[in-house]
Ligand binder design. Structure first.
Ligand SMILES: [Zn+2]
Length: 105
């Protein structure tokens, strides 16, 4: 109904479309301006927040660079140039013998 009320004005409910006085209209949780019949509170469980347990590690660091350890084999430590391994070869080591190292049997 249209009538004059001091300090208020006519307003339309965003939901039902009926005309109300502005003091009968209130803002709903979704931002719509609605009458008292269409007013509802937001569902409280919408704002429940579960405290998730963190799955992350307490600390971490990047994988370190690979460290290569030089392993000298018996053959690699010999003095034979084509058999010995760099940083392993020793001139005084001649056992196993060259023939033992190169024979296929
Ligand atoms: Zn309404």
């Amino acid at each position: 109904m249209t009538y004059y009320k001091s300090g208020s004005f006519n307003a339309i409910c965003d939901v039902c479309g009926f005309k109300f006085k502005s003091n009968e209209i209130q803002k709903r949780w979704d931002g719509l301006m609605v009458c008292s019949k269409d007013f509802e509170h937001d569902h409280p469980q919408k704002y429940l927040r579960v405290h998730e347990r963190s799955q992350g590690l307490p600390w971490s660091r990047p994988r370190p660079e690979d460290v290569f350890v030089v392993v000298c084999t018996a053959a690699g430590a010999t003095a034979f140039a084509d058999i010995a391994t760099a940083d392993c070869a020793r001139a005084d080591i001649t056992f196993p013998s060259y023939n033992d190292l190169t024979s296929s049997t």
